[in-house]
Design a binder for this molecule. Sequence first.
Ligand SMILES: [Zn+2]
Ligand SMILES: [Zn+2]
Length: 281
Amino acid sequence: MEIKLWGTRGSIPAPGAKTLEFGGNTTCLEILPEAGGRIVIDAGTGMRLLGDQLLESGEPVIFHLLLTHNHWDHLLGLPFFAPVYQEDTEIIVDGWPHAFQALTKVFDNQMGNGFFPVAFDQLKAKIGFLNRVARGPLSLEGVIIDSIPLNHPQGGLGFRLREGENSLVFITDNELGAGHSRRFRDFVLFAKGCNLLIHDAQYLPEEMENHHGWGHSTYEEVVRLAVEARVQRLVLTHHDPGRTDEGVRQLLERARKLAASHGAPDLPIDAAREGSSYHLP
Ligand SMILES: [Zn+2]
Ligand SMILES: [Zn+2]
């Protein structure tokens, strides 16, 4: 499968000269299984760019949209995703059960006082909700999708997508630190042996003191998870909106040194970069 990163920023878009390298758009990933079809995870502002590219192809836009949770930065791209205004677009939404309702609220509420001039049911695309993946493994486009509840205010889901021998684990907006209902060990088991782990690493350890309970992890915790789960590649994402490109590079350098000190000097680690892609295996 191929994985394309359309948005890598956490919390709020962060455009500007200091975020050009890793990108300012919020979370959106496109997954293209070998067997065909398309799965998109999250509808952050990166989704606008994906929409423009899909329309250029001239083909009907048909895909499954998996939503991790219902915070703004993961939903706000949909009103600006041009294919929702096309009649031949079909989107089946799944993922965090409360996120579909939240998605409809990003639009107008039909009383003229919503957040956007167009109401959800005025969209020309067919958009349905399949409340399936939170209740057990879901098979889509030859890909088996499992989910895991996250440590995040108001909740959320992480996903593992398997196609044949290959698997991607995508977990954003998750606090790995101690003291939460979902234990570190559960995430190790969930990510065990995957080809690619993409995980929220919004904070440096020294920033965590003021951010306990915000639902995000440090690169230290994420590196430990990757090493213990023996993943083949790690990508750090949900960059803090205040983190400049230089800051992301420093965080990445520290993460790589830490992996080496944990006995995993060969573990490839990247910082998620808007516009980049990975191919499994
Ligand atoms: Zn977020
Ligand atoms: Zn969130």
